[in-house]
Ligand binder design. Structure first.
Ligand code: AMP
Length: 432
């Protein structure tokens, strides 16, 4: 299908063509006609599927067809959990809106509010915002939500993880009850389902990937590694496989800083991005990474939310996330819009429960291997010997049951990483 079959205006089709998009992604193909028809929508779509255009394009279409009465007031509100995602949605929206006469602005915390207030005073059609700053400016009477007719809750699952439920409820109470609502979430917990009932009115559902599954184009694998050897393993992989760029996830801000400083001191340019950094520092870090001035971006989950890094070939889970859904979000940073990517997890013995939870969530057994010198298998107990555990690293990877059960043969050299995609699902057999 081509874009011009979706019912979008010539101004929007021109902007889409200028972006170089030739065919709509599956979520765009399904969502755009539904939104144009005025339906509420619940979409299960991960970052990297083209979901931003799936709601911004029809919003622009609808708003440009409706007449503005009196002073320009925001008519569409897009809520996102993080500043980075808000900025990214805003950038995309502006490029799609360039041939229309619609105005949009972005509002988030961590920066001086004055330019945002000024932009609101000039009159806007669309506001993209994080909940806290939006309510701040509302309470200071810098904006009204009385004319909102289209509302988008993006990455709703992350909103709830970040404790925004109260803010969301408050914001909803400030908008007219009569409006079109679109909600996006990569994962669906009971809480999300409840929120869905509160916000959406008879929604159409769009499912471009089954909930809690991982994007098909992403290959996933992991290394068993001693906790103390993780940094060395990362440096080894970067050098040995000659990685151009990678996004590396750590669980804590301190861990992210520490790792980034260490690898940078070894001559591999790196920068950390996390919630303790100022908005300016985060924006600069991301810009440097995008411009290839920095090779390794080390991030925490919250800071990385919504980062748009096209065609990122490697995502590394330096620490496994303790919230299994974060694994899905993390690896969504690679294999974007159909491009292939590899998600590599470093699994130390203390993280086996995290691995178990992730594998249960994604219903997929992540193939694991070891590289010599980076992993010390536990000394076998007498019971273990009876069960055939505790073989040497080489043996356990070349002929052990764990490797064959995970669908790849023999020990790989670090240059040829063994990977598996979700579609190569294998019967589960654990290494631990
Ligand atoms: P998103 O999931 O909205 O974050 O989009 C992921 C990436 O895909 C962004 O870099 C978009 O610019 C890009 N993208 C969105 N729609 C298309 C399309 N139809 N064709 C090619 N790339 C696209």
């Amino acid at each position: 299908m081509s874009f011009d079959k979706l019912g979008l205006s010539p101004e929007l089709l021109k902007a889409v063509a200028k972006q170089g998009y030739t065919i709509p992604t599956p979520i765009q193909e399904q969502a755009i006609p539904l939104v144009l028809a005025g339906s509420d929508m619940l979409a299960s779509a991960q970052t990297g599927t083209g979901k931003t255009a799936s709601f911004t394009l029809p919003i622009l279409h609808i708003l440009s067809k409706t007449e503005i009465k009196g002073r320009r007031q925001p008519r569409a509100l897009i809520l996102t959990p993080t500043r980075e995602l808000a900025a990214q949605v805003s950038n995309n929206l502006r490029s799609y809106a360039q041939f229309t006469n619609l105005r949009s602005t972005v509002i988030y915390g961590g920066v001086n509010q004055n330019p945002q207030v000024k932009a609101l005073q000039q009159g806007q059609d669309i506001v993209i915002a994080t909940p806290g700053r939006l309510l701040d400016l509302y309470n200071q009477r810098h904006l009204s939500l009385k004319s909102i007719s289209m509302f988008v809750l993006d990455e709703a699952d992350r909103m709830l993880d970040m404790g925004f439920l109260g803010d969301i409820q408050k914001i909803i109470s400030l908008m007219p009850a009569q409006r079109q609502n679109l909600m996006f979430s990569a994962t669906f917990s009971g809480e999300i389902k409840k929120l869905t009932k509160d916000i959406l009115n008879n929604p159409a559902t769009v499912d471009v990937s089954p909930p809690n599954s991982t994007v098909e184009s992403i290959s996933q694998m992991g290394y068993r590694v001693d906790k103390s050897k993780k940094k060395d393993l990362l440096v080894h992989l970067i050098n040995d496989q000659n990685w151009n760029q990678a996004l590396v996830f750590c669980r804590t801000k301190h861990g992210a800083n520490n790792l980034s400083e260490k690898i940078d001191s070894l001559g591999i340019t790196s920068v950390a991005i996390h919630g303790n950094k100022s908005q300016g520092a985060r924006t600069k870090a991301l810009a440097d990474f995008k411009r290839n001035k920095v090779r390794i971006l080390v991030a925490t989950d919250i800071a990385a939310r919504g980062l748009d890094i096209p065609l990122l070939p490697h995502v590394v889970n330096f620490d496994l996330p303790n919230i299994p859904e974060d694994y899905v979000h993390r690896i969504g940073r690679t294999g974007r819009a159909g491009a292939d990517g590899v998600a590599i997890s470093f699994v130390s013995p203390d993280e086996k429960n995290y691995l178990r939870s992730i594998e249960r969530l994604i219903d997929f057994s992540i193939p694991l291997e070891e590289l010599e010198g980076f992993y010390t298998p536990k000394k076998p107990s007498k019971k273990g010997i009876a069960r055939g555990e505790g073989k040497s690293v080489r043996k356990s990877t070349s002929s052990g049951s764990s490797s064959s059960s995970r669908g790849y043969k023999g020990k790989t050299t670090s240059k040829e990483t063994a990977v598996a995609k979700p579609k190569d699902r294998k019967p589960k057999k654990r290494w631990y």
